[in-house]
Ligand binder design. Structure first.
Ligand SMILES: *[C@@H]1O[C@H](CO)[C@@H](O)[C@H](O)[C@H]1NC(C)=O
Ligand SMILES: *[C@@H]1O[C@H](CO)[C@@H](O)[C@H](O)[C@H]1NC(C)=O
Ligand SMILES: *[C@@H]1O[C@H](CO)[C@@H](O)[C@H](O)[C@H]1NC(C)=O
Ligand SMILES: *[C@@H]1O[C@H](CO)[C@@H](O)[C@H](O)[C@H]1NC(C)=O
Ligand SMILES: *[C@@H]1O[C@H](CO)[C@@H](O)[C@H](O)[C@H]1NC(C)=O
Ligand SMILES: *[C@@H]1O[C@H](CO)[C@@H](O)[C@H](O)[C@H]1NC(C)=O
Ligand SMILES: *[C@@H]1O[C@H](CO)[C@@H](O)[C@H](O)[C@H]1NC(C)=O
Ligand SMILES: *[C@@H]1O[C@H](CO)[C@@H](O)[C@H](O)[C@H]1NC(C)=O
Length: 584
């Protein structure tokens, strides 16, 4: 049944993603196609044809213990039909580690780049071997997340989960947030108290710009670089109160240095403009993207306002029956209108079954006071600028080549729940809406848009879901909340595959130019003491399978065993559905 569904999904995907030779190409017949990925008319172009992709994330590629491991992993990705992998081009440390990869020492008021075999030469190897396997790499230049373990003296107020047995004992680089990043600069070059100092402090900007130059200039001529990504998840917190609703425990609230109250989305937009211009100057060959999670600030004043396109010419437009009517710009009024019916349902049910904390539907408890209902009065933090991100304003920066967003329903809320639907269906549906909205934004702004990470935490992966390590299921318990019933966290493997297939389908059908699953899982990797593939740690994510070999890090989204074949199959078939578009 599932396979039949998937086949149907992929067949229709194939129909909408057929190769579209562009008119621009015939005009450019005399110039040879660029050997780099470019963007034209809202499409990625490579070697004379459009390029759409389904790929994955493997931030840990440069920290693998041997070149053979990197080669083997990339070979494995290639065998799955994957053409693009997203990875970290940063690895900041405060002291030089005894073992393992590091790129930049940030200490004693200065920065030092490691050009050695356990430094940027590792990144060189990733890029070189990716080229060998016909894979592009999307390189991210810093990270929003760098919470130190609480027992670290320098942690200050930026600390992470202290649950015994959690990431405190995981080796360095075992988690996506363990590679330095913005707060590493903030601690060293400012008073160390405000995360957003990263975006405005002149010393920090100079240091980050310098790092950017060192990395970007290294690969100006490399055809294996898909594009540059300024940062993983750049954002900050304007209204702490909203975030507090879902970051319930004090430990979780300490994840990030807080932002000053003076921040608004223009701060991060300006930062993007500055850095994107800089990268463009150092490397005019490759596209630049943000890496933000796609949060909106609807109806907010823009630094880079969209110029409305001229009205369509009725006479000479070639007919394209498949094209949907042009998307409408996102407005608060429109959003509230969309949600009106659901809000009314919620209100009526609350009237009829008013019990503290939840709504009973068909004998099941739904839509309790979770993060999803926190936006009752407004449009919610994903839409109202709460994260300091206006992804539309960033997308319209001239030097930004394409838009990015992410889909992690375990971490963010993308809409409001329909109380008549099971929690899982709400999760899937809100993901579908989120994908369509971003595809629409791309069309409105005439730039490609990619989903740079999507994932759901399964029950099997729940213990690995760190740093949050939540035990409360994010989809709302299906039993009365009082007395509190601890539901198993996460969804089943079958639900995950169902959600992934639906999201991939929606992305292909609505014209996203790329989708990257989070995160790749690789076995048979060489272990090394004190590294991300370490034989010393037993426990989730990093335990060796047999002596001398181990698994890649797992933040709660990697898939092992039989589930891996199923998930890879889903990605593989979606990648194949894009077929001829992808030929390099
Ligand atoms: C494990 O990796 C090595 C290279 O790193 C490779 O030669 C070998 O075939 C791999 N084994 C399996 C079972 O994939
Ligand atoms: C920073 O400077 C101090 C004092 O000179 C020195 O002991 C320490 O090793 C330095 N740290 C690093 C990471 O270089
Ligand atoms: C830029 O980085 C290089 C390499 O780490 C370093 O030698 C140089 O001092 C840095 N410049 C500034 C202004 O920080
Ligand atoms: C997360 O917390 C639970 C409950 O405290 C614990 O059993 C589990 O080991 C933790 N996860 C990790 C990765 O340690
Ligand atoms: C909920 O999702 C499941 C799995 O995709 C689907 O079979 C079912 O029809 C959905 N239920 C509703 C009420 O939409
Ligand atoms: C992928 O890696 C696994 C080891 O984790 C190996 O068993 C498998 O053969 C590899 N597949 C391909 C197609 O290389
Ligand atoms: C570094 O690696 C060596 C050799 O494997 C090991 O003996 C040592 O314990 C490691 N150091 C750390 C800090 O992990
Ligand atoms: C570009 O396309 C041509 C014609 O299809 C092909 O021969 C060539 O190998 C391609 N080049 C690259 C770098 O993919």
């Amino acid at each position: 049944m599932y396979l039949a569904f998937l086949l149907q999904v992929l067949l229709s995907a194939l129909l909408v993603s057929a190769v579209k030779p562009t008119r621009t190409l015939s005009k450019r017949q005399t110039t040879p196609p660029s050997k780099f990925v470019t963007s034209q008319n809202g499409q990625f172009m490579f070697n004379g044809s459009t390029l759409d992709f389904v790929g994955t994330n493997a931030y840990w590629l440069p920290v693998l213990n041997s070149d053979e491991d990197i080669d083997f992993t990339l070979g494995n990705l290639s065998a799955a039909g994957i053409k693009i992998v997203r990875t970290w081009a940063f690895n900041d440390v405060g002291t030089i580690p005894v073992n393992g990869t590091w790129f930049q020492l940030i200490a004693n008021g200065t920065t030092v780049i490691n050009e050695g075999p356990n430094g940027l030469q590792k990144l060189d190897t990733v890029v070189k071997l990716a080229e060998k396997h016909g894979i592009f790499v999307l390189l991210s230049l810093t990270n929003n997340w760098n919470p130190l373990p609480l027992d670290n003296q320098a942690a200050g107020i930026s600390a992470r989960d202290t649950t015994p047995g959690t990431n405190k004992v995981l080796p360095r680089n075992a988690l996506s947030n363990d590679y330095g990043g913005m707060d590493a600069y903030v601690r060293e070059f400012s008073d160390g108290k405000n995360h957003d100092a990263f975006y405005v402090n002149p010393t920090i900007l100079a240091k980050f710009t310098n790092y950017t130059t060192q990395i970007v200039s290294r690969y100006v001529e490399s055809p294996a670089i898909f594009a540059w990504e300024i940062a993983n998840d750049p954002r900050y917190i304007i209204r702490l109160s909203l975030i507090c609703i879902w970051l319930k425990s004090p430990h979780q609230m300490q994840l990030l240095l807080p932002a000053t109250v003076l921040c608004n989305t223009h701060t991060i937009t300006k930062f993007h403009s500055t850095i994107a211009q800089h990268i463009n100057q150092v490397d005019p060959n490759h596209l630049v993207s943000s890496g933000n999670q796609g949060f909106f600030c609807v109806d907010c004043p823009k630094l880079f306002p969209r110029v409305a396109p001229p009205p369509p010419q009725t006479s000479s437009t070639p007919s394209n029956n498949r094209r949907r009517s042009p998307p409408k710009p996102l407005t608060k009024r429109g959003l509230l209108q969309e949600r009106k019916a659901i809000r009314n349902k919620v209100r009526n049910l609350q009237k009829r079954t008013s019990t503290a904390g939840g709504i009973r539907i068909r004998g099941r408890w739904m839509s309790t006071e979770t993060k999803r209902q926190s936006d009752d009065q407004g449009i919610g933090p994903s839409f109202d600028g709460s994260y300091g991100i206006d992804s539309e304003d960033i997308l319209n920066i001239p030097q930004i080549g394409f838009g990015t967003f992410q889909l992690f329903p375990d971490q963010n809320s993308y809409g409001i729940d329909d109380p008549t639907l099971p929690a899982f269906n709400n999760t899937v549906n809100q993901g579908l809406d989120w994908i369509r909205r971003h595809a629409d934004v791309g069309k409105l702004f005439g730039k490609p848009v990619t989903l740079n990470g999507f994932g759901l935490v399964t029950q099997a992966n729940a213990p690995s879901f760190v740093p949050f390590n939540q035990t409360q299921a994010p989809f709302g318990p299906d039993s009365p909340p009082s007395p509190p019933a601890q539901q198993p966290f996460g969804i089943t493997d079958a639900q995950r595959d169902d959600a992934y297939a639906q999201w991939l389908h929606a992305g292909l059908q609505n014209g996203l130019q790329g989708m990257l699953q989070y995160q790749w899982s690789q076995g048979n990797l060489t272990t090394g003491v004190g590294t991300a593939i370490s034989p010393t740690v037993s426990g989730t994510g990093v335990s060796p399978t047999v002596s001398g070999t181990g698994l890649s890090p797992n933040d709660g989204y990697s898939i092992q065993g039989a589930g891996l074949d199923q998930a890879v199959g889903t990605i593989q078939q979606a990648a194949q559905a894009l077929g001829p578009d992808q030929q390099r």
